[in-house]
Design a protein. Structure first.
Lengths: 320, 320
């Protein structure tokens, strides 16, 4: 029996494809040496059914497709240079809806002080958007997934679990615009790329590694651990809970903070001697620290293993 | 009745979306000023059903998805820096087939002295590949679609109609690997980006405008005319006919050279005083010249209008 992609899962497949390409560094963006600095580049393919909740408006679909790419630029400490947006569009879609998608793209790009500079359109059965974002960063300021050292502080911008709670509202409670929970729904549907924060942290010289937490805290930590050949301890009581999560039972709210994706906050490590410089760069929360190995959740001094589950494309789910 | 994309067609839709984005220059690549030079960037979304003939092997699908992007880099006179490849993959696809696609991508990139430096994979019903190519070019050497002046020579690299003839073999005669016509089929399925030629022409200082002819000669000339606010005369007897086209009736062979896409040759204009410099840069054929306006086909001194038909996505076809 030939092996199918569903049996291997996205992460397994990526490993094999990466080998074919002769190795691709596993950062949020690819790095190119150009002139004195680096060009950073990232690409992300999104589909109507799999990547956007049914309740997302065309404008929000456009916004999200740009935001997820700019979040990767932010995670390198880079300044955005521009985006290319390719769209596979169902031929029977209303022109006005397509225009709304592009207005959402344009607004997100401009809100981040950048622009859409090119793209491609063609016909496709399911709406498919592929964004590519480019940025620039100084060689001695770039932040990568590797770089953390045992003893460094583990930190995050913003709050956690808001987008995950929004997704629950949309999927399980069939939330509609105008109903209570608007803030959580917008945390999911209108993510804010942390470009200012990423750039300020890079310039501060205090951060040692960084990535965004798009697939959830646990899975992102697992990536950060693999890239840096380190481990992490997360202090449960330090996790910054997104506003609105107090409506969830305690256990579920913790699960949302640890395992749900879509927050697009920056997860980074700090040299503890440079905490003051980092505090001047942007607001953030220290949620743990770097250790030699393992992913741990610490609750009032007791450690347990932090499972590395989160969002993964392509993996067939048991029972589905 | 709301307007549907199929009524507007790809080119009409692009015009409207471009306005929303505040204007995007209509070159083969977007241009970014970085340091002393330009970064060029292009993106192209391809789908299994619409963009690849059924007979294309997984390896050829990978090759094509990289080649079409590198052809756009070539058309700017740029050196490739790297590619990002995003893939939406049916979960039940065999891993070995996906690996073959990525081997094809890797081979094309390496054949062009560049590499795949990043990407994205996710699950999607129909195989969808989105490539982004980056390149670099000096500001005083970049070649754009605008720049041609009346009196300039119109030229093309390589030969015309080969890929179109290959497509006819595949679609209408159900060509299979091993049957006669292999060369034409490969012209279609394994296009060769003209990077060396594009670069040499840019460095020669002789070319005044350039683009690739991916949508066919006539449609590409129409783009070149619009960008440069000029017209063109194409001399019928000067058109370089692809090897193998002699098997087609004269009229059909002319149609293939004028209206079929997929050759990925470079179409460019030359300052006639610099013809010698251009001849040293690379082999090419002069096929006509730039005039003030109109697109004309000249046959032994008699001119007729050249229709601007060719490949367009999304447009609903009469009767279909």
């Amino acid at each position: 029996m030939p092996l199918r992609c569903s049996e291997l899962g996205e992460r397994g497949l990526i490993k094999r494809l990466t080998e074919i390409l002769g190795g691709v560094e596993n950062d949020d963006c690819a790095l190119l040496e150009v002139g004195e600095g680096y060009i950073v580049a990232t690409t992300d393919m999104l589909h109507r059914q799999t990547d956007f909740p049914a309740q997302a408006s065309p404008w929000q679909i456009g916004w999200m497709s740009v935001a997820v790419n700019l979040s990767d630029v932010a995670a390198m400490g880079a300044l955005p240079l521009g985006l290319l947006m390719a769209a596979g569009i169902p031929t029977e879609m209303e022109v006005e809806q397509v225009e709304e998608i592009f207005r959402g793209m344009d607004c997100c790009a401009r809100a981040c002080n950048t622009r859409i500079i090119g793209g491609d359109t063609d016909a496709h059965q399911e709406l498919t958007l592929n964004g590519t974002a480019l940025g620039t960063v100084e060689r001695d300021r770039v932040l990568r997934r590797r770089g953390a050292r045992p003893g460094d502080l583990l930190c995050t911008t913003g709050a956690l679990g808001g987008a995950g709670a929004g997704l629950e509202l949309l999927l399980e409670r069939d939330w509609r615009p105008g109903q209570p929970g608007e803030d959580l729904a917008r945390r999911l549907l209108e993510p804010q790329p942390r470009l200012k924060e990423g750039r300020a942290l890079a310039l501060s010289g205090a951060a040692t590694a960084m990535m965004d937490n798009s697939d959830g805290l646990a899975l992102s930590l697992s990536d950060l651990a693999e890239a840096g050949k380190t481990g992490f301890v997360v202090r449960q009581e330090s996790l910054p809970r997104a506003a609105g999560l107090e409506a969830w039972p305690e256990e579920e709210s913790l699960d949302l903070m640890l395992f749900s994706g879509g927050d697009f906050e920056l997860l980074f490590t700090l040299c503890p001697e440079k905490l003051a410089e980092a505090r001047q760069a942007c607001p953030f929360t220290a949620i743990g620290y770097v250790v030699e190995e393992g992913l741990w959740l610490e609750d009032r001094g007791a450690r347990r293993l932090l499972p590395t589950r989160g969002f993964e494309h392509m993996r067939s789910r048991p029972g589905s």
